[in-house]
Ligand binder design. Structure first.
Ligand code: SAM
Ligand code: SF4
Length: 428
């Protein structure tokens, strides 16, 4: 092991420990407060102009072993009641004054009841002038569904494949429902032909994966030419969900060579936007926005979060309770919590590190602080770890720094898992 590798290995191991501690401290919902009865979170959103409305669909046909997103096994009757409540909530927040530019529909499986999804997007389009609708789904939808009905309604489709490797698909519980890697490639191809922008999710860091098997996955995906490829490091949460995903995970030390292999092979035809997101570097370029400030967003549905500045909002994670809240004339958001300015700054740091440039001027304009005022310990650690190099007033991320940003992103995903677990307890 070279000195640089040893330094990176020590840095990432200590980062893992620090992150676990920070997540538990800064993302605790112990002080979350319920909105008092009769006091609606709608008062927050009056005439607010936010970037994104997030809509959560918490149903799946199959429950994958690595996934701790909020979802339950599909039940048609409940899902229909849910979509009806969701549309009531959407109408309520728009009539309450909420304005947004984009809609992101995430899951779960958003396409599980196609007609209901169509009605929901049509409702939004009839009430607003949104610029972009993004939606998540899995490859089997392009075999069993009728995705043409979403033409003109969904601008960006994000398809989760995870891997073409049948052993990984079997181990994670996806093979049976979604088919083999070869079959899923055909379905993804159909999706790519149908939608203006298509992203495909891959994951690495599974037990048994090697740099060369990860490259095989990426090459195969690149042949299909999606607009974007997201490469998630398999994240093992820090809470109760840890056990199931832990058995699928490889050794943490295997992630660095896999990251380098992903980066190298992607560079042939894709541009790294972040160490976990790549956009195609051929044909028509993909429009990507980069907002340092994070962005205010509002979540509707059961299992959604929202944020206005330091106010963090949590919807009910109990689907029956959610439907009840809507029937009583409210919205799904029923708890709120204050985010510490430290955790918001740390999110900025992750985004800047991922983007490759820590811009002192931009950071100061957003936060009123210089990078050194906000991150004295972090910058000392990152410089010592060889993750950053100074350039004038700013810092550039090195390759090790990109990897540290990827680890920070994985910590962010683990933080979201931790929030979801606490939100389930709040709803109980
Ligand atoms: C929550 S899923 C929703 C999309 C769709 N249901 C599917 O299965 O593809 C969105 C993405 O989250 C990512 N994901 C889920 N669990 C993860 C984990 N433990 N670590 C990293 N990424 C994860 C997967 O790449 C997945 O495609
Ligand atoms: S990965 Fe997708 S299909 Fe699998 S459980 Fe999570 S949301 Fe459902």
């Amino acid at each position: 092991m070279s000195f640089a590798e040893l330094r990176l290995s020590i840095a990432t191991q200590s980062l893992d420990l620090v992150m676990q501690h920070t997540i538990k401290q800064s993302l605790s919902l112990a002080d979350a407060k319920a909105f008092p009865l009769g006091e609606s979170p709608l008062s927050f959103i009056k005439q607010q102009k936010i970037e994104t409305l997030y809509i959560h669909i918490p149903f799946c046909h199959t429950l994958c072993r690595f996934c701790s997103f909020h979802k339950i096994k599909y039940n048609e009757q409940k899902a229909k009641l849910y979509f009806a409540a969701l549309r009531k909530e959407i109408r309520r927040v728009i009539e309450g004054g909420l304005r947004f530019n984009r809609v992101y529909i995430g899951g779960g499986t958003t396409t599980i009841l196609e007609d209901e999804l169509v009605k929901t997007i049509e409702l939004i389009k009839s009430l607003t002038t949104v610029r972009e609708v993004s939606c998540e789904t899995d490859p089997s939808y392009f075999k069993t569904g009728n995705p043409e009905v979403l033409n003109g309604l969904v601008d960006r489709m994000s398809i989760g494949l995870q891997s073409f490797d049948d052993n990984i698909l079997k181990a994670s519980g996806r093979y049976e429902k979604f088919g083999s890697g070869d079959e899923q490639a055909i379905h993804i191809q159909r999706g790519i032909e149908l939608f203006p922008t298509v992203n495909v999710d891959l994951m690495y860091g599974f037990k048994g994966q090697t740099p060369s098997s990860v490259v095989t996955d990426i090459k195969r995906m690149m042949q299909l030419e999606p607009d974007q490829i997201t490469t998630y490091p398999l994240t093992v949460g820090i809470g109760k969900s840890r056990k199931k995903s832990q058995c699928l995970a490889g050794s943490p030390k295997d992630l660095w060579p896999q990251f380098l292999a992903v980066k190298e092979v992607m560079a042939e035809r894709y541009l790294m936007e972040f160490p976990w997101t790549y956009s195609r570097n051929f044909g028509q370029k993909v429009e990507n926005k980069y907002v340092l400030d994070g962005e205010n967003c509002f979540g509707v549905g059961s299992g959604a979060f929202g944020r206005f500045g330091e106010q963090f909002q949590i919807s009910s994670f109990n689907i029956d309770k959610y439907i009840q809240l809507i029937e009583l004339g409210g919205v799904g958001t029923n708890y709120h919590n204050l985010l510490s300015s430290k955790s918001i700054d740390q999110h900025h740091l992750m985004i800047m590190m991922g983007k490759g440039h820590l811009d002192n001027g931009l950071f100061k304009a957003h936060t009123g602080k210089s990078l050194w005022q906000a991150f004295p310990l972090e910058l000392t650690y990152l410089l010592a770890a060889g993750a950053l190099i100074k350039q004038g007033n700013d810092y550039r991320t090195t390759e090790s720094g990109q990897f540290i940003a990827l680890k920070m992103f994985s910590g962010f995903l683990a933080g979201m898992d931790y929030l979801r677990e606490q939100a389930i307890d709040l709803a109980a």
